[in-house]
Structure formats: structure tokens, C-alpha cells
Design a protein. Structure first.
Length: 114
């Protein structure tokens, strides 16, 4: 069985991710046009780096027909799309560059990817 590749963002921010544990949840786009979002809540505070790693793990999971159908309601048929859409991160297309991270006073993290 062929191994499934892993999804990784390209960090376009200057410097390293901070290691301070200040993130309680994270909201991120799961499609190229930022129409659909996923939110993950953490039981304990985590660092920006850990939050991004958790998102990358989510986006590395295999693409399923149900997931595809929600994102691409009017796209090509699943039978054709599944040949190229191997993992959930494939739905982002080339929008995998982290451009901005914001964290509010409650630890809610959002970031823009392009």
C-alpha cells in the first residue's frame, strides 16, 4: 500500500513560531477560496507551532467522498477527483502559505493562508 503524503504549510511569516502556550482554539480555511472553515478547540493552551501541527495533521487525513462533496458541490465527479484529491489539504490548492496569524485575548487563533 502506498503511503499517503503529509500536508505542510509554507510559513511565510518572518521568524519562528512562538513557543508560548497561548492558543485555546484555532479556526482555519479548508478550501482554496476561504468559504469553508474548520475549528479545533484545545483542552489546554498550546503554542502557535503546536496549533499549526494539529491543523497539518487534520489536513493530512485522507480525502473522503463526503468531505469532497461538501467542498466541491458543483465540482467534477468524485470518481474523477479522487485520482488527484488524496488528502484533505489538497482542497486548498496552492493556498498553503501562512501569511498572517492573529490571536485574540481569549486565545482564539486564526490565520490567513494564500
Amino acid at each position: 500500500m502506498a503511503s499517503i503524503r503529509k500536508f505542510h504549510y509554507a510559513n511565510s511569516l518572518e521568524g519562528e513560531f512562538f513557543e508560548e502556550k497561548c492558543v485555546s482554539n484555532v479556526k482555519f480555511a479548508i478550501d482554496r477560496h476561504h468559504i469553508f472553515f474548520q475549528e479545533i478547540e484545545f483542552k489546554v493552551l498550546v503554542s502557535k507551532r503546536k496549533a499549526v501541527e494539529v491543523i497539518e495533521c487534520f489536513l493530512s487525513k485522507p480525502m473522503t467522498k463526503d468531505y469532497y462533496d461538501v467542498l466541491f458541490e458543483e465540482g467534477e465527479p468524485w470518481e474523477k477527483a479522487k485520482k488527484t484529491m488524496k488528502i484533505k489539504g489538497d482542497a486548498l490548492g496552492d493556498a498553503m502559505f501562512i501569511e498572517q496569524i492573529t490571536i485574540d485575548e481569549n486565545g482564539n487563533m486564526e490565520f490567513l493562508e494564500f
